[in-house]
Design a protein around this ligand. Structure first.
Ligand SMILES: NC(=O)C1=CN([C@@H]2O[C@H](COP(=O)(O)OP(=O)(O)OC[C@H]3O[C@@H](n4cnc5c(N)ncnc54)[C@H](OP(=O)(O)O)[C@@H]3O)[C@@H](O)[C@H]2O)C=CC1
Ligand SMILES: CC(C)(CO)C(=O)C(=O)O
Length: 339
């Protein structure tokens, strides 16, 4: 089976390195020439909560040859148009494009590569690209998971094969209800990744501020209400049934959620959202695919999403230079009254 990682950045280096360490060959494909050179010359280096280095075969997209059977697709969604068109000639009728991206990326990928090739893989761990060939794993190795599902539904033989490959890294759960687990990951990202980007801070800083955590609670509640209205049954992620646990109607219910947030996000206190990493590099973020998608679905199903909209406004404001990624942005939030 011919394997590739497309997008050898934060997640891609680590995923590829584990697969290589597990004994399989995999090509690392990336546009950053310095990154490709370092991977070829020094191998793929993983630091952080683990430390290892493996030899890597890396190439730029224009150097790809032949057909890949499984491509782990880890390019930011902002680059989809270009990357997927580069990938298309290297896909056969049975090739699988396994997207590890955040949000709900499958429909847009399916439009370019065809729905039957698309496999969704929400990621339950975090990483930061440190420089050419090097990525930092920011999650504890015992807290990492992948979820895996066919975009067109069902449990197929190829899912079992892809699961075996991903389990060279961490436990991988096959999901029949891909949209259900996707929406849970949307909640995970719209809450803490959204606030981490809007306030320029770590997940721990969000947890430690009552006002920031109140924003998170509203973001989660909006996400749950929208998902319910859209007919999505949210699936548990890493054992947490967030769709059931985080919804509220009264102030008392809202205030009772702190222990759940501390248990779920406490172990990830040091994490900075990948959207914040983009802002720090002066790049556009995936905000439209994260808090933005909650607002889009909300509009479609008549559910108000004022706090998710404020996150989108602030993060876009940072992208455009109107705001800075700083904790004072908390003052820009206006939360709906809850009795
Ligand atoms: N980082 C994290 O903790 C997590 C990220 N995700 C999701 O995973 C996806 C990837 O994120 P992340 O790994 O952080 O992103 P990074 O930006 O760190 O890595 C993406 C890599 O893809 C490269 N790239 C851009 N265009 C192409 C192309 N046409 N062909 C090949 N490579 C290309 C980028 O190069 P260049 O930088 O030069 O553009 C970069 O090296 C996102 O959707 C993100 O939401 C999900 C869970 C956790
Ligand atoms: C929450 C986190 C860090 C890991 O899953 C992530 O998805 C992101 O910041 O993009």
């Amino acid at each position: 089976m011919r394997l590739a990682i497309m997008g050898a950045g934060s997640l891609g280096i680590i995923t590829g390195a584990y697969i290589k360490k597990g004994g399989l060959d995999i090509d690392f494909i990336d546009v950053n020439v310095e990154n490709v050179k370092a991977l070829n010359e020094k191998g793929a280096t993983v630091t952080g909560t683990v430390d290892f280095n493996v030899p890597a075969n890396a190439l730029t997209p224009d150097e790809m040859e032949g057909i890949y059977d499984v491509v782990f697709y880890v390019v930011k969604q902002t680059y989809n148009e270009v990357a997927l068109k580069q990938l298309l000639p290297h896909l056969g009728p049975d090739s699988a494009v396994v997207t590890l991206q955040n949000g709900v990326p499958e429909p847009a990928i399916a439009e370019i590569v065809g729905a039957e090739r698309v496999v969704g893989c929400p990621v339950g761990w975090g990483a930061t690209w440190l420089g050419p060939g090097v990525s930092e794993l920011t999650s504890s190795p015992d807290k990492m998971t992948f979820d895996l599902g066919e975009y067109t539904g069902g449990v197929t033989e190829r899912l079992e094969k892809i699961k075996e490959i991903l389990e060279l890294m961490c436990p991988t759960i096959i999901e029949e209800n891909l949209m259900g687990i996707r929406w849970t990951k949307v909640l995970v990202n719209s809450t803490f990744s959204g606030m981490s980007a809007a306030l320029g801070c770590t997940f721990g800083d969000v947890l430690d501020s009552k006002e920031a955590l109140d924003c998170v609670k509203h973001i989660a509640n909006e996400c749950i209400n929208v998902g319910r209205a859209a007919g999505i049954k949210m699936e548990p992620m890493q054992g947490y049934d967030l769709g059931t646990m985080l919804g509220f109607k009264t102030k008392e219910e809202m205030d009772s959620k702190d222990p759940i947030y501390n248990a779920m996000w406490g172990p990830h206190r040091k994490l900075k959202a990948s959207m914040l990493q983009d802002l720090e590099k002066g790049l556009k973020t995936e905000i439209d695919a994260i808090n933005g998608i909650v607002c889009d679905f909300g509009k479609k199903h008549g559910i108000p999403t004022p706090v998710n909209s404020q996150v989108v406004e602030i993060v876009k404001g940072i992208e455009n230079g109107k705001y800075k990624p700083e904790f004072n942005n908390l003052e820009l939030f206006q939360l709906p009254e809850v009795k």
